[in-house]
Design a protein around this ligand. Structure first.
Ligand SMILES: Cc1cc2nc3c(=O)[nH]c(=O)nc-3n(C[C@H](O)[C@H](O)[C@H](O)COP(=O)(O)OP(=O)(O)OC[C@H]3O[C@@H](n4cnc5c(N)ncnc54)[C@H](O)[C@@H]3O)c2cc1C
Ligand code: FES
Length: 261
């Protein structure tokens, strides 16, 4: 993990309020694994804190190593990022966090993603493509205008269910309910999820209610400062313990029962 000046190759909208940025790394960088994230400056002098964004895709072609991130326009920081131009350089610390790892025996994998939580799921699909894993994806968006990367889920999953809150694309449902409805027929060896806190809470409650004890790993989205474990802005509580975990350094991926959500 180190700071680099990354060069923007592409930065533009892919859905309502969602931008995709691809940048080139100046130095050979190892460990750009799925579920890890970058902490990127937003490209203006007014916002000094970097923004944490999940790695969506990484690519190596000849000597060119690139990373793609996708971000939702939320506040001043992501608005500033959207104004960065091709050729601009941004300071970026990467890779950060622990990431998602699939063990060899974990063949049937359920992916659950909601909103911007779908991007780490894209990174899992791309990382493990062609390794014999069998993915069932349950992906939820607010509405049709917010839908993006549905083709990636359809092409790299054995089955992909894309749902929206209002039914304007796919079925009217949410990703957790769609997954739980199919659980018995899919019987995954492991569940990976990322999305807003209420979604992860609903997943935890749904698994508990049904007595499902399959390992389930979730990526948490906490407000962050340093991104490297020093400032403690991002702490969450460990379940049943008087201990905290730093989402940036100990996570962002945790077993769902390990932390309070
Ligand atoms: C590990 C991780 C991965 C993430 N991956 C993505 C992603 O792939 N795509 C995406 O769109 N968003 C992602 N987020 C959320 C993203 O970091 C925030 O939406 C973004 O920082 C908002 O910045 P802002 O200046 O536009 O908003 P503001 O609300 O103006 O931000 C003010 C401050 O709060 C922090 N902040 C606000 N919301 C969040 C949040 N949800 N999480 C963390 N910090 C926040 C900002 O970093 C900034 O320091 C991720 C967050 C984490 C922790
Ligand atoms: S963001 Fe500083 S410790 Fe996690």
């Amino acid at each position: 993990m180190r700071e680099q000046k990354v060069k923007i190759l592409e930065n533009g909208p892919i859905a309502a309020g969602i931008y995709k940025m691809r940048f080139a790394l100046p130095e050979k960088t190892d460990g750009l694994f799925c579920g890890k994230f970058v902490n990127i400056s937003v490209g203006d002098g007014a916002h000094l804190l970097r923004r944490p964004i999940a790695i969506c895709e990484r690519c190596e072609e000849n000597d060119l190593q690139t990373v793609t991130i996708c971000y939702q326009l939320k506040g001043a920081g992501t608005q500033a990022m959207s104004r960065a131009k091709v050729g601009d350089e941004l300071a970026c610390v990467l890779p950060l966090g622990n990431g998602f790892r699939l063990e060899e025996g974990q063949r049937r994998v359920a992916l659950i993603g909601g909103g911007v939580g779908i991007f780490p799921m894209v990174s899992v699909l791309k990382e493990y493509a062609g390794t014999g894993k069998d993915f069932n994806s349950y992906i939820g968006f607010r509405n049709r205008d917010a839908v993006c990367m549905a083709d990636v889920f359809s092409s790299l999953s054995a089955r992909a269910e894309i749902v929206t809150d209002d039914g304007s694309f796919g079925k009217k449902n949410n990703a957790v309910a769609a997954f739980l409805a199919e659980y018995e027929s899919v019987k995954p060896d492991v569940i990976l999820a990322c999305g807003p806190t209420p979604m992860l809470r609903a997943l935890k409650a749904g698994l508990k209610e049904r007595g499902i004890a399959v390992p389930c790993y979730v990526s948490l989205e906490e407000r962050m400062g340093c991104g490297i474990g020093a400032c403690l802005v991002c702490v969450c509580k460990k379940s049943g313990k008087e201990e905290n975990a730093r989402v940036c350094k100990d996570g962002p991926v945790f077993e769902i029962n390990e932390v309070e959500i």
